[in-house]
Write a protein of this length. Sequence first.
Length: 422
Amino acid sequence: MNLQTETVLKLIEMLDITTNDRIKATLAQGTTEIPAASSYYLNGVGYLYKYSQSDNLENAIILFKKAVEEDPNYALAFAALGESYWRRYEISGGVTYVDSAKLYLNRAMDINSELIPVQQTMGLLDLGTGDYDEAVAIFTSILEQEPGNEIAYGGLAEAYDNLGMYEEAEQTYKKAISLKPDYWLSYKLLGNFYLRNGDYQKAIDPLYRVVQLTPDNFDGYSNIGVAYYYQSNWEMAKQYFAQSYEIEPTESAASNLGTVNYLESNYSEAAKYYALALENNPNNYAIWGNLASVQGLLGKEEEERANYEKAIEVAENQLKVNPNDVNINAVLGSYYADIGDSVKSVFYIEKTLRLAPQVPSITFRAASAYENLGNRERAIDLMIKAVEQDYPLENILNQPELSELVSDQRFQELINNFPPSD
């Protein structure tokens, strides 16, 4: 091991990043001979490791850029820049960050595409842009080279999840955790997997581990609140949403507080939180849609339509990044129903149901859209299916826009077959 690699490893120890033979081998292969570049890179890795915390991504990007200024052939730093910009897109929804992520990844690949961190970033972008089969191939290849790579297991699990291979996904998420039990992101991925697939109670434990490992992780508290929300425990949901907002008043935390007020019929208060959220991030299509919904309930029809149209504009822009994104397709189905465009609404609804036929929140959204389009029979069929998939019945009963469906005798007869919520 040369002197430069030894210096890098000492920096890792100072940053309290766990090392193993895999990391040491990667450093030996991909390190730079320029000390300043190494220092910038390793400090950037420390920030990127906890990218969910305030300003960490910005600090990481600044340091990685300094690293490549010092060494224009530093593949690891270019790959890290690619990942950083992708994480920025995930958080903000700003599609221009995707171009930056691809640019830096391509530069890393030109220098040395054999490095594992470069391949991991390739897999990350394949996941995010909807090329799930290619992501499986990349992460499987990494694991053949490095069977103990917990990051590759997490990426492989996410790819399985998007391909509808739920059992394989769950076991692979758990494998990632077993390899590195102190890595917060693996617990977040497992918890969010349970949330997406309707296992709301099972989501609680891994999501709690996120905030135990990263106490300042505002996103972690928000996700716990979401788990309680889907169990109709709105007091606990509100508590965790408020805790998230106290750590950092992000648009996600503000939006979640708006949703709790919405469910409590405090529509004016909900609108305030949604508007506040959009001041922080105007690239969040879901919040534009939520604001439009409460404006409709407040009788502000012009504002309602304008904000649904804005939600559609933002969502369609992001759909270009990943045409198979289930959530974006689902909301577009809903939003087009809200503005009365039945052709586009049905197109996106049915596409979503093909992409994710077993996800309860998706089935619920499809049912709501059909109700909005006036197709009560299809709406009831899908709503019952959502309940069968464990979507909370109480959440359906408390949606004001579903009041007519809920009071429909056919729906009432069907829900009598289900046990009451705990």
